[in-house]
Design a protein around this ligand. Structure first.
Ligand SMILES: [Zn+2]
Length: 509
C-alpha cells in the first residue's frame, strides 16, 4: 500500500505519519509504554527509511586520476576572473592536488596507473563552500510547517522522540541524504549551524573517518538560545544565564561540535509584530561566555543576527561570524575590521539572502505567509543587502551561506544564492565565486586546506559543462564533483529535485 512504499524524506514527514497512526494514542499515555512504542515504531521506520533511501551510498574512493585539457576557472582576483584554457589537474591517492598546470607541461609527467579523463571543453572550479546550512529538512515548505504542527504531541514528547535512539537514527538518515544532495550539487565544504540533535556531528565523523563520502563539515549541533528564543524548542538548547551558556558550549564541544551557533536575535518567523524580526535575545554577557569558552578551544562562534543592535551585541562580545546580518553603523564597521575579542582579530558577515528574499519577492499566494512575515522579510532582506554593500566598501570579510532546510531553500540550490547576490546585491560573478570558495575558506579558517586549486590542497572541485563566468546557472548541474579526491560521476542522478520550488526560485527576477 501507499503507506509502505512512500519515500520518507524528512523527519517531519515521518512524524506526521507517526501522529496520524495509533501511535498518537499511545504517545498520550505517560511513561514507559509511550516511550517503548515510540522507540519500536521509530526503529521500524528508520529501517524502512534506510531501505528506501533514494541516494546510493557513495563510498570514498581514492583511485588516483587526472583530468586533462580542461578550462580552469580562476577567481583568485575577483576583479579579473578568468578561465585558463588547456589545463591538467592530477589527483593523488591521498585525495590531494598533486600536479596542476598547462596540459602540455603536465601530461607527460602523469604517473603510471593514474586514470586519465579528457575534460576538453569542460570548466573546473574549486568546490563551493556553503557556510550556513541545516541538514534536518530538504527545503520543501511543508516540511518546516509540519514540524511545528506535530498533531497533539507536546514539545516535550516530540523532544523525547527526537532524543530516542531510534529518532536519532532517523534524524541521521535525513541529515545524510540532505548532505549528500549538497555534495552532489557541487558543495564540497559546509558549516552546519543548528540541527535537531548531534546528527550533523555524527555524520561529520563518518565522513572524516572515510566511512561516507560527503563534503568537509564544520558542525554546530543545536543552536544556543534564551528560553523560548529563536530555534527553540527543536533546533536550539535553552540557556538562561552566562553560566548556562558556558556549560552548553562545553557540552557541544565535548560532543564533537567544530562550530558554535548562537541566536543573538529573534528570526523572521518568530516575530509577532512588524519590525520585531531582529529583537536582541542572548545578552552581551551570555554571548561573551560562549565566545570565551569556544575560543579557548580554537572554535569559531557564529551568531544569528537580524538587526543592527543584535549584531552590535554579538560583535562587542567577540563573535566571529555574523549570520544573515543587518545595516552596519560606524561601531559595527570598526568591530568587523578589528575585533579584539574574536578568535582571529576580525569578524565576518555571512549573509543568506535566500530564505528572506524568497518570502519578500514571491507572491503571498505562493508563500502563504502573513503580512507581518512579509514586511519583516522585506526589512531583513534590505538589511542584508546593505551589509553586503558596506562589506565591500569597508573591506570587511564577506561569506556566503544559504540557510538550507528553510522553506524554499533546497539542499541543491547554493548557486541560486550566488545568482541572487549578483542580481539583487550588485555583486559581480567574479566576486560571488571568490566569496563562495576562497572567501568562505578564509572565514572558516580552512584556507590552508581548501577554497582554491593549488598543489598540496585537498582535491575539492567541480567540473561544469559551460563557463560559470558567463552564467552562474552553469553551476546548476555539475558534470562531476570531486570531494577530497573522491570523484562523483553523474552527480545530477543523486539529486532529488523539487520542480515546483525550482520554478519559484527561477521566477524571482
Ligand atoms: Zn540558519
Amino acid at each position: 500500500m501507499g503507506e509502505h512504499t512512500q519515500e520518507l524524506h524528512s523527519f517531519a514527514d515521518l512524524a506526521q505519519q507517526f501522529v496520524t497512526s495509533k501511535a498518537e494514542i499511545f504517545a498520550r499515555t505517560a511513561g514507559a509504554t509511550a516511550r517503548d512504542f515510540i522507540h519500536t515504531n521509530f526503529v521500524h521506520e528508520a529501517h524502512r527509511f534506510a531501505v528506501q533511501a533514494h541516494i546510493a551510498d557513495i563510498k570514498p574512493n581514492h583511485q588516483p586520476f587526472a583530468l586533462t585539457h580542461a578550462n580552469l576557472v580562476d577567481v583568485s582576483d575577483p576583479a579579473h576572473p578568468t578561465a585558463l584554457p588547456d589545463r591538467t589537474i592530477v589527483i593523488s591517492p591521498e585525495g590531494r592536488i598533486q600536479l596542476l598546470g598547462p596540459s602540455a607541461e603536465i601530461d607527460p609527467g602523469i604517473p603510471d596507473g593514474f586514470k586519465v579523463l579528457n575534460a576538453q571543453g569542460r570548466y573546473i572550479l574549486a568546490g563551493l563552500i556553503n557556510a550556513h546550512v541545516h541538514t534536518f529538512a530538504d527545503g520543501r515548505p511543508s516540511t518546516l510547517s509540519s514540524v511545528t504542527s506535530f498533531g497533539s504531541l507536546t514539545h516535550a514528547q516530540i523532544r523525547q522522540l527526537l532524543d530516542s535512539p531510534a529518532g536519532q537514527a532517523v534524524a541521521e538518515r535525513i541529515s545524510r541524504i540532505n548532505i549528500e544532495t549538497m555534495l552532489a550539487s557541487g558543495v564540497t565544504t559546509v558549516r552546519t549551524l543548528g540541527d535537531l540533535t548531534y546528527d550533523d556531528v555524527k555524520l561529520a565523523q563518518r565522513v572524516h573517518r572515510g566511512r561516507a563520502a560527503g563534503p568537509r563539515m564544520l558542525v554546530a549541533g543545536p543552536m544556543i538560545a534564551i528560553p523560548g528564543g529563536h530555534g527553540t524548542p527543536y533546533t536550539s538548547v535553552e540557556c538562561a544565564t552566562p553560566e548556562d551558556v558556558k556549560a552548553a558550549v562545553t557540552t557541544h564541544l565535548d560532543a564533537g561540535c567544530t562550530a558554535i551557533k548562537l541566536a543573538a536575535t529573534g528570526g523572521v518567523t518568530d516575530a509577532k509584530k512588524i519590525g520585531n524580526a531582529g529583537t536582541p535575545q542572548l545578552t552581551v554577557e551570555q554571548i561573551e561566555a560562549a565566545c570565551e569558552t569556544a575560543h579557548e578551544r580554537g572554535v569559531l562562534v557564529a551568531a544569528h543576527c537580524q538587526s543592527t543592535q543584535g549584531m552590535l551585541n554579538a560583535l562587542r562580545a567577540g563573535v566571529d561570524t555574523i549570520e544573515h546580518g543587518a545595516t552596519m553603523n560606524d561601531e559595527a564597521i570598526a568591530l568587523f575590521r578589528h575585533n579584539p575579542k574574536s578568535l582571529h582579530g576580525y569578524s565576518a558577515v555571512d549573509p543568506t539572502l535566500m530564505p528572506a528574499l524568497t518570502l519578500d519577492r514571491l507572491p503571498q499566494s505562493v508563500t502563504g505567509i502573513s503580512d507581518i512575515v512579509k514586511a519583516n522579510s522585506e526589512a531583513v532582506t534590505r538589511g542584508m543587502i546593505d551589509a553586503i554593500h558596506q562589506a565591500h566598501e569597508n573591506n570587511i570579510l564577506l561569506g556566503v551561506g544559504t540557510d538550507s532546510a528553510m522553506p524554499l531553500v533546497t539542499q541543491y540550490s547554493t548557486w541560486h544564492e550566488l545568482d541572487y547576490r549578483v542580481r539583487f546585491a550588485g555583486e559581480t560573478i567574479g566576486q560571488v565565486l571568490n566569496e563562495a570558495t576562497a572567501g568562505n575558506a578564509h572565514m572558516l579558517g580552512l584556507d590552508k586546506e581548501t577554497g582554491t586549486l593549488e598543489v598540496g590542497k585537498s582535491a575539492d572541485f567541480i567540473v561544469l559543462d559551460s563557463n560559470p563566468l558567463d552564467r552562474l546557472s552553469a553551476l546548476d548541474t555539475p558534470a562531476m564533483v570531486v570531494s577530497a579526491g573522491t570523484p562523483i560521476f553523474r552527480p545530477a542522478a543523486l539529486v532529488r529535485r523539487f520542480d515546483d520550488i525550482d520554478a519559484d526560485l527561477n521566477s524571482i527576477i
